[in-house]
Ligand binder design. Structure first.
Ligand SMILES: NC(=O)c1ccc[n+]([C@@H]2O[C@H](COP(=O)([O-])OP(=O)(O)OC[C@H]3O[C@@H](n4cnc5c(N)ncnc54)[C@H](O)[C@@H]3O)[C@@H](O)[C@H]2O)c1
Length: 260
């Protein structure tokens, strides 16, 4: 077979597939939705902010892609069922789920950390992912793929006051591994991406510009990540190129974790 006959890009096409991305109204989620759409997938943008979800849909459709928007809080279990049913009705199949919606609210160091902050963070970052995994897996055919957006804070603790966030993302890694084992007999792969620091609406709101500058000095690659950096890793995991990658937690952080 000649090199020209097999484009190296072909394994990364998602033509004919349907992907759901939660929290796709901004940041990393919107970046993943955009890259998946460019790879040929029909993309369902779910966000609690209906205008943001609609904007992601509109951008994809304006570029010639196929998309759908749904406004919902991912912790709303009834809404998850209704949206998944609507996706099957509209596109007839579900191939990829990306559990990206997540929060990293400011907290206090223990013992002052508020119980509500802890519980609500786990509800959004872990329990909702569990709910969407179950609803998606029951509708996917063999070849389906689930990606959970975790964090390098699942492996370490960057500082005080983030026990709620670190706990939630470590639990998401564990959920990823267990789901990979449980869903393997159905032919569904489950992996996680652990981003480092990524320039998004969320980090712009929570990190001062000088803090971003200081953090950059601790990143061997010498820059803050962009949503596309995470989206390209997600495209790899969703694609046929990753057919034998299962239960993996992939760090995408410019080397920040190994640099300490
Ligand atoms: N940005 C980073 O540096 C970074 C690093 C590591 C991990 N992450 C993870 O990546 C994911 C996305 O982060 P981001 O920085 O793009 O966030 P962001 O705040 O910029 O965007 C998150 C989107 O999710 C939506 N969302 C939040 N809670 C929701 C809910 N309960 N139901 C439905 N939609 C909801 C928001 O409306 C928003 O559109 C999160 O899971 C986050 O923990 C981000």
């Amino acid at each position: 077979m000649s090199p020209a006959a097999t484009s190296v890009h072909s394994p990364f096409r998602l033509d004919g597939q349907t992907a759901i991305v939660t929290g796709a109204g901004a940041g990393i989620g919107r970046g993943i939705a955009w890259v998946f759409a460019r790879a040929g997938a029909s993309v369902v943008s779910i966000d609690q902010n209906s205008a943001s979800a609609e904007e992601t849909r509109a951008r994809i459709e304006a570029a010639g892609g196929r998309a759908m928007a749904a406004a919902a809080d991912v912790t709303d279990a009834a809404a998850a069922v209704a949206i998944l049913d609507a996706v099957m009705e509209r596109f007839g199949r579900l191939d990829i789920l990306v559990n990206n919606a997540g929060v990293y609210p400011r907290g206090q160091p223990l013992p002052e950390l508020a119980r509500e902050t802890f519980v609500r963070t786990l509800e959004i970052n872990v329990t909702a992912a569990f709910q969407y995994i179950c609803e998606a897996a029951s509708r996917m055919k063999p070849g389906g793929c689930i990606i959970n957006i975790s964090s390098i804070e699942s492996l370490r603790t960057a500082g005080p006051g983030i026990a709620h966030y670190c706990t939630s993302k470590a639990a998401l890694n564990a959920l990823t591994r267990s789901a990979a084992v449980d869903l393997a007999p159905k032919g569904i792969r489950v992996n996680a991406i652990l981003p480092g620091i990524v320039r998004t609406e969320g980090t712009r709101a929570s990190l001062a510009t000088d803090a971003m500058g200081q953090l950059t000095q601790r990143i061997p690659s010498g820059r803050i990540g962009e949503p596309e950096d995470i989206a390209h890793a997600a495209l790899f995991l969703a694609s046929g190129a990753a057919a034998y990658v299962n239960g993996h937690c992939l760090t995408v952080d410019g080397g920040m974790t190994i640099a300490g």
